[in-house]
Design a protein. Structure first.
Length: 529
């Protein structure tokens, strides 16, 4: 057991082993589809768009997967899935194209390796996220990775963590840049040092989706060991006051909105005092110091997908040349850590697997899996992302920019905090359904100074790539020296965008351009199924 893993509780082990019996009950007809869904989704198993296929989501606490873990997940994808592993914006790994009959074997093999899908979906404590550069970021107060691992170990011990009113997300950021998205999650921790003492400022009640909200500060500074009692207290507030009757109003941010910030803080402090009188049996935090001679190698993945064979090759590089760990990022990419003396050899080895892994585009798209896979998706967000990157392949910018794409109002593509974001919708035009994307822009995260993206307008999906090309071409000309993307958007970008999109709102007649009435990657007319 290394310092970069966490222990699975007996409750997780018991529930995982019991899942085989639930699958057998479902297949025999003893268990209805609805009842089975309430069991499989909290185990991280979702039904896909293609009938009879499922996705298995493997929890990636702190975005950390040991090389042997990555090898195993890749092998499971080849044996039971479609041979492609997907990195999520929550730092998990997903196996797609799985038959329900095979899910018990997958979960049991993961369990043997110390991995779990428990809490991969449903009304549960979800994956605990961290900044992907935790441990090597020069600006961080300290490495937050051990805290995310220890809190994961604590939270998944109790079955109460898997029967909440709605999903409950936690994140740790090592500095104010907030790469971990702690400002906009249910419970966010920012690392600080005061007089040499490690601790955190704490925010709560943030979240993305319909009616996105930034978290409110509930603690100015607490010692680092207080993370367990704070998380337990906030979980209890959510458990007691979350709306269990209206799923669309069930997240913690709606509790804040309904009760008001003052009452919300009072209830939290009341629960915190109660928790402090208990013995939580908190796990040990394996404190680490930042390694100054270690470099991070980013591995860029097309749409967050990596062939299982390639993942195994990267795992070998991590084991032989690095620290034996593959890290996942919120941008759906991977990262390796190697000593500075091995950087050239490791980079060459990664490039040999696939040159695209080492190619960082000026404009990168981060997209949810969209309507081709997800049953909730309206539009093919991945198809749009491919079209955008093809249109922008010759664009050169003096800064890196990301287009965040969600296939529907749900925010799996993180569009509510994007400098430039898109989310899919269906609009009836000229008597037919047309795939549209709503445009938002100007979002950014920074501790105490975050802002949600502003709504701009909506335009037909087919017009998005050419509109973006014109926008980023103009951005390259209007960018000022030493100006970051957020500053440029505030100064010039949003105003220009509001004018630009007026040229792209029209939908031509079906007889003139029928492709406007079809989603990307589809040869049939658009429909919401």
């Amino acid at each position: 057991m290394t310092e970069l893993t966490y222990r699975l509780s007996e409750t997780v082990v018991e529930d995982t082993k019991a899942f085989r019996g639930e699958v057998e009950r479902f297949l025999s007809g003893e268990l209805s589809a609805a009842d089975f869904k309430s069991i499989r989704v909290p185990m991280g198993i979702y039904e896909q768009r293609v009938s009879g296929t499922y996705m298995v989501r493997v929890r990636g606490a702190a975005g950390v997967f040991l090389s042997e873990h990555a090898n195993l997940i890749a092998d499971l994808s080849k044996t039971y899935g479609n041979g492609i592993v997907h990195v999520t914006t929550r730092q998990d790994l997903q196996i797609h194209g799985v038959k329900i009959d095979d899910t018990p074997a997958i979960l049991e093999r993961l369990l043997e390796a110390g991995l779990s899908t428990r809490g991969g979906g449903g009304n549960t404590v979800r994956n605990v996220a961290v900044c992907p550069f935790a441990g090597v970021d020069a600006d961080e107060a300290f490495d937050v990775t051990p805290y995310a691992l220890a809190l994961t170990e604590y939270l998944i011990r109790e079955r109460s963590s898997f029967s909440l009113p709605r999903k409950f997300k936690v994140a740790f950021s090592g500095c104010s840049k907030d790469c971990a998205l702690a400002s906009i999650t249910d419970l966010g921790f920012f690392a600080h040092k005061r007089d040499g003492v490690r601790g955190f400022s704490v925010y709560a009640g943030g979240g993305m989706g319909a009616h996105s909200a930034l978290g409110i500060k509930i603690e100015e500074f607490v010692p680092d060991t207080a993370i367990f009692e704070i998380a337990e207290a906030m979980k209890r507030v959510f458990d007691q006051h979350g709306d269990r009757t209206n799923r669309s109003k069930a997240r913690l941010r709606y509790v804040v909105a309904r009760l008001g910030e003052e009452e919300f803080r009072r209830l939290y402090q009341e629960e915190l005092e109660s928790v402090r009188c208990e013995d939580l049996h908190a796990p040990k935090i394996s404190i680490t110091e930042r390694k100054t001679n270690v470099s991070a190698i980013p591995v860029h993945l097309p749409l967050g997908d990596i062939p299982a064979d390639h993942l195994q090759l990267l795992a070998d590089i991590a084991y032989n040349l690095g620290d034996g760990v593959i890290r996942t990022t919120q941008q759906e990419n991977l990262q390796l850590r190697v000593s500075s003396s091995m950087i050239d050899e490791a980079t060459a080895a990664v490039k040999e697997i696939d040159e695209r892994f080492m190619h960082s585009k000026s404009v990168q798209c981060v997209a949810c899996v969209g309507a081709t896979i997800c049953q909730l998706g309206l539009c093919n967000s991945r198809g749009l992302a491919e079209a955008i990157e093809a249109e922008l392949q010759d664009i050169s910018l003096p800064f890196e920019a990301t287009v965040q794409i969600s296939g529907c109002l749900n925010s799996c593509g993180h569009h509510p905090i994007a400098s430039f974001g898109l989310y899919g919708s269906a609009v009836r035009m000229n008597g037919r359904l047309v795939p549209f994307y709503n445009i938002v822009a100007g979002g950014h995260l920074c501790e105490g100074n975050s802002a949600l993206a502003q709504p701009i307008t909506r335009i037909p999906a087919r017009a998005v790539p050419s509109m973006l090309k014109q926008f980023w071409t103009s951005a390259a000309k209007n960018h000022q020296p030493n100006e970051n993307l957020h500053q440029m958007m505030d100064r010039w970008g949003i105003a220009y965008l509001r004018e630009l999109v007026l040229n792209y709102e029209q939908v031509p007649a079906y007889e003139d351009e029928p492709e406007y009435y079809r989603d990307f990657g589809c040869c049939s007319d658009f429909a919401v199924k």
